[in-house]
Design a protein around this ligand. Structure first.
Ligand code: 5AD
Ligand code: SF4
Length: 466
């Protein structure tokens, strides 16, 4: 297995661009495309890159997947249900193909990068035209060109830790933009498949990140979301030893109104980063800090490299430095060997921290990870019963934690009309919580000043103050 971590050369990117130009003039090229995205922000951003490349090839987006000439599934494999949903949808397209024999189907993303998956795809889903893994995204023009010139499935997966630069991006939102700062993960949490499908940690050069941020600022973007599987270890692989805190300070000086980032690993959350947040103007007072479990025994089995006490210490430091900070987390229940006592420690930790939101998951064994072969796998009934108790606790606590905002002034970046009213708009406040405020179409995509007046169904309501 060959592993290289390098920036894809400008010559290679030019070569890919030449394929894009070729595809533009191919008579058999699809006219319209539709990208179906599963999974996290990283995948959503990869889909924006696919859309950017497709636009350069002269294609336009179809309104729905069953109206498109070319459907691309950008898959996720973090839990079994994500994978099952994607495979179900791909199978459904086989029927659509019967009505529209010219339909092209591509599958890409994390699932394809799983060991053995490419072979499985070839065998069971032979009707797919093209499959490629996350590390080959930048080669999409070349691969599509090949697929358009053959009747066979084109499947490609390489173990190659690359850093592509200069891919075209067609962003889904104008006012808020994703910006990747690093790829991959080195942590090998024992339940997690990400390091196997996204490769080793590799940081983008600071100059490339700053250039992209500058362009976004000049294009009128109000918010950037920095992306990486573990942003706190940004720069450790760069020769000049840049830190994430250092990068944040430079971005803060640039004047982008709002800066957010995800995801952080508690073990790498440095005081330097907390101080950088406290001293910044534009970094939003919010933090996503996955805890996964409140039991030291389980944290160790998960290979998380922190204890419950160390985690709580980080939370305390964050709250001292950035008063009122919005806190969210990820929690897994039903990890192998989790006893009722372990689970109660998670419940207790959730009570102690008082999160503004928590993403809760039932442990899902992933082939090839260490936890998948552990004894004492928890039966689904127990895991389901635990997650229900956890969700219900979090819902109750959230009423109290979120009510601390009532009476406060907030600025929201509106995303669209409120789901409940055509005379109200909603978006995220600086603390990361959804807020609904009276407004109209002209407010969408803008930062609106308001005062929080109440709390309804986990959404804050507000009145305008300007
Ligand atoms: N099963 C359940 N949840 C998982 N996560 C990662 N791997 C698994 C798994 N095998 C959760 C973690 C992570 C979030 C993105 O997904 O909580 O933080
Ligand atoms: Fe997975 Fe752990 Fe890496 Fe997050 S830090 S992507 S949970 S291995």
């Amino acid at each position: 297995m060959k592993r290289t971590a390098h920036t894809v050369s400008a010559e290679e990117m030019k070569r890919q661009h030449a394929f894009t130009e070729e595809i533009r003039t191919l008579p058999q090229r699809p006219e319209t495309y539709y990208v179906v995205t599963y999974g996290c922000q990283m995948n959503a951003h990869d889909s924006e890159k696919l859309a950017g490349m497709l636009r350069e090839m002269g294609m336009t987006e179809a309104k729905a997947k069953d109206e498109a000439d070319f459907v691309i599934f950008n898959t996720c494999c973090i839990r079994e249900n994500a994978e099952r949903r994607a495979l179900g949808n791909i199978t459904w397209l086989r029927e659509v193909r019967k009505k529209n024999p010219g339909l092209m189907i591509a599958v890409c993303g994390c699932m394809i990068q799983e060991p053995g998956m490419a072979e499985k795809i070839l065998k069971q889903y032979g009707f797919i035209n093209l499959a490629f893994g996350t590390s080959n995204l930048y080669r999409f023009p070349e691969l599509l060109y090949r697929a358009l010139n053959t009747d066979q499935s084109t499947v490609i997966v390489e173990e190659c830790d690359v850093v592509p630069e200069g891919l075209p991006i067609l962003r889904a939102r104008k006012e808020s933009a994703y910006l990747t700062i690093m790829y991959g993960c080195n942590n090998y949490c024992s339940y997690c498949i990400v390091p196997y499908v996204r490769g080793r940690e590799r940081s983008r050069e600071p100059a490339a990140i700053l250039r992209e941020a500058e362009d976004l600022l000049n294009s009128g973007v109000r918010e950037i979301m920095l992306l990486g599987q573990n942003v706190n270890s940004y720069g450790k692989d760069l020769p000049e030893g840049k830190s994430f805190a250092g990068l944040l300070k430079e971005l803060d000086r640039m004047g982008i109104p709002r800066i957010r980032f995800m995801t952080s690993h508690p073990k790498d959350l440095s005081d330097e980063l907390i101080d950088a947040m406290a001293g910044s103007v534009h970094i939003l007072p919010q933090f996503h800090l996955p805890v996964q479990s409140g039991s030291d025994r389980i944290l160790e089995a998960m290979n998380r490299h922190y204890t419950r006490r160390q985690y709580l210490d980080r939370v305390r430091r964050l709250r001292d430095a950035v008063p009122g900070i919005g806190l969210s987390t990820d929690i897994i229940v039903g990890f192998p060997g989790e006893t009722e006592e372990d689970f109660l420690q998670t419940m207790e930790l959730v009570r102690e921290v008082g999160y503004d939101s928590a993403f809760t998951f039932i442990y899902s064994p992933r082939t090839g990870t260490r936890a998948a072969s552990l004894p004492d796998q928890i039966i689904p009934e127990t895991a389901t019963e635990r997650i229900q108790r956890l969700i219900s606790l979090q819902e109750t606590l959230q009423q109290t934690t979120m009510s601390r905002f009532i009476g406060m002034e907030e600025e929201i970046l509106t995303e669209g009309f409120s789901r409940r009213s055509s005379e109200a708009v909603s978006g995220k406040g600086r603390h990361g919580i959804s807020v609904t405020v009276p407004g109209s179409a002209k407010d969408i995509g803008k930062i609106v000043k308001c005062r929080i007046t109440g709390l309804k169904n986990n959404t804050l309501t507000a009145e305008r103050i300007e």
